[in-house]
Design a protein around this ligand. Structure first.
Ligand SMILES: Nc1ncnc2c1ncn2[C@@H]1O[C@H](COP(=O)(O)OP(=O)(O)OP(=O)(O)O)[C@@H](O)[C@H]1O
Ligand SMILES: [Mg+2]
Length: 240
């Protein structure tokens, strides 16, 4: 679940949002619609915390995790494909990195007692986040999106544009986020991947908010429409 209370935002004289109070509940896929420039992308950035509203607040239950489909295709160029997907769950990726660094100290014979204690804590967190399944789950998402196993250890920089888009989609979906924000997820996606995504969202039990110009896609996945108009958001049950 994610909600807003009295969110307002203006750029200069242009009022994008005025006292927007909405709630997005789990089990639903919300299609956020509105005219070009109405503020759909900006609203998603407010929800994710990338943009601070002028007034009001965004609330999510403690301990829940939000994931966003990244728009910058070049952000992970120096990383391996599989690791890029796992990076979608930042905390898990951080724990894995720190664990690897500490085990490397053991291999080098330079580990201290404090390192051992820290490793114990990290292994506990790793298990709680189902870390043992991470690589398998990431590979499964990639394969579902047509990124074959021979590419899972390639660098992102070595992938074509359409492949990168699919890896970033897998990254957003990875690790069962509580709230998933997708801005134009079908852009540069082949028909087969669009179908795969429709099926994935059908089976997804948490909260999804999606912006798309593709009406067929919205009809296929959404069970609520959130209409952004005149600086307000109005919810309608049903699809486009
Ligand atoms: N940082 C900024 N400073 C000033 N104006 C901005 C800024 N970011 C966005 N805007 C303006 O805010 C409005 C909403 O932009 P936004 O990208 O959120 O719209 P959108 O609904 O996603 O549009 P589209 O359908 O074209 O994707 C636009 O008029 C845009 O020019
Ligand atoms: Mg936009």
């Amino acid at each position: 679940m994610i909600s807003t209370t009295n969110v307002s935002l203006r750029y200069g004289k242009r009022v994008l949002f005025e006292d927007v109070t909405v709630k997005f509940l789990p089990g639903n896929v919300y299609g956020l619609i509105g005219a070009n420039g109405a503020g759909k992308s900006t609203f998603l950035k407010i929800l994710s915390g990338e943009i601070e509203p002028n007034t009001g607040s965004v609330e999510m239950p403690a301990g829940q995790r939000l994931a966003v489909l990244k728009q910058n295709q070049f952000a992970y160029d120096d990383q391996e494909v599989l690791k890029t997907v796992i990076q979608g769950h930042q905390k898990l990726a951080d724990v894995m990195r720190e664990k690897d660094a500490l085990y490397a100290k053991y291999d080098a014979g330079t580990a201290t007692d404090a390192d051992g204690e820290r490793l114990g804590v990290l292994e506990g967190e790793f298990a709680d986040m189902e870390g043992w399944d991470a690589e398998y789950k990431a590979a499964e998402l990639l394969s579902g999106l047509g990124i074959t196993e021979d590419k899972h250890y390639s660098l992102m920089a070595d992938l074509g544009a359409s492949e990168k888009v699919r890896v970033l989609l897998a990254q957003a979906l990875f690790g069962n986020p509580d709230v998933l924000l997708l801005d134009e997820p079908t852009n540069n996606l082949d028909a087969e991947s669009v179908l795969w995504l429709e099926n994935f969202l059908d089976n997804f039990e948490n909260t999804v908010i999606v912006v798309s110009h593709d009406r067929h896609f919205l009809d296929a996945v959404c069970n609520y429409m959130a209409d952004l108009d005149f600086s307000k958001i109005t919810m309608y049950p049903g699809n486009y």
